[in-house]
Design a protein around this ligand. Structure first.
Ligand SMILES: [Zn+2]
Ligand SMILES: [Zn+2]
Length: 307
């Protein structure tokens, strides 16, 4: 018991997992069950390793974000031991399953469905990942601040399923800068396709970015690449050099910004001198801060065709 109590006073190791649950999750090669089970198994590994581990799981769908764990009401946490299993892990499994079912029920709400049907005509709807990351940061911030031990380590792991989400460019950047300030590295695991904005986040905060082309090996990837921060030195701040496994060097980061007018990634752009909004074309008025740019030489005006 003395060992336990001394551990409890030790530095806490916090992990926030942000799970992308897009409508096209069903199309994933390995299926949504394998995906969610892998995430849950990884969460179990983290929580079961030591008494001073803290965990939160936030799900992001295209309509809402939701805490899957910890439970909203502490009453839910009172679980009796079954089959000699750790109560905490049993609580984690049950809580995530319950919240996930509730979340899915709301997703299939016909009212929501119709609303999405309209917006998804052009392209599949974006998951609200940046919002979920913001909520995860709040959780981490609360627990980083709660303990007097300065050596608390916190990390965030973001799982993203296929697709770029350029529409939330500003929100992402705000989350990254906040995470950087709090000293929280953001690890990213993208399934199937790259996501340039999340790659930027991993780079800014000192996290690790990995694109996984075989979703079958999600759990192995998570354990090998993303648990080092929790097992290893734990000196945090993205320092992975002291890890047991030599990770492959990160790719070159795609640092293109998304323009505010079309939400497209651009190499060269016009930047508002007042608020730093990015526009892919010359604009007479900044739509963010309403600053007017007097243009002396008007842009070449397309000649009107007259017949
Ligand atoms: Zn544009
Ligand atoms: Zn502006």
């Amino acid at each position: 018991m003395s060992l336990n109590s001394s551990n409890l006073e030790g530095p806490a190791n916090l992990l926030a997992i942000v799970v992308d649950i897009p409508p096209h999750l069903m199309l994933l090669e390995c299926g949504p069950h394998h995906y969610l089970n892998s995430v849950l198994a990884f969460a179990n590994l983290h929580l079961g390793a030591s008494v001073n581990r803290k965990l939160c799981i936030v799900a992001a769908t295209h309509t809402t974000t939701e805490f899957l764990y910890p439970p909203l009401y502490p009453d839910d946490q009172r679980v009796r031991q079954k089959d000699g299993r750790l109560e905490q892990l049993q609580c984690l499994d049950e809580c995530v399953e319950k919240r996930l079912k509730e979340l899915m029920l709301h997703q299939h709400n016909p009212v929501n469905g119709q609303a999405n049907g309209c917006s998804s005509a052009a392209q599949p709807p974006d998951s609200l990942l940046s919002g979920a990351m913001g909520r995860a940061l709040l959780f981490l911030r609360r627990h980083i601040g709660s303990s007097k031990a300065a050596s608390n380590t916190a990390r965030m792991l973001v799982l993203k399923v296929a697709g770029e989400s350029v529409g939330q460019y500003l929100n992402y950047i705000n989350v990254y800068l906040t995470a950087q300030k709090l000293g929280v590295p953001v690890d990213v695991c993208c399934l199937m396709t790259d996501c340039g904005l999340l790659q930027q986040g991993a780079d800014i905060t000192g996290g690790y970015y990995h694109k996984l082309t075989e979703p079958q090996s999600l759990l192995q990837t998570l354990v090998v690449l993303f648990s080092l921060g929790s097992w290893g030195g734990g000196s945090g701040k993205g320092g992975r050099s002291g890890g047991v496994v030599a990770l492959p060097p990160p790719d070159t980061v795609d640092y293109r910004a998304a323009c505010f007018c079309h939400r497209a990634l651009v190499n060269m752009a016009n930047v508002c001198s007042n608020c730093l909004s990015v526009y892919c074309k010359t604009v007479p008025l900044c739509s963010t801060c309403n600053v007017f740019f007097p243009i002396e030489m008007p842009m070449k005006r397309p000649a009107k065709k007259r017949r």
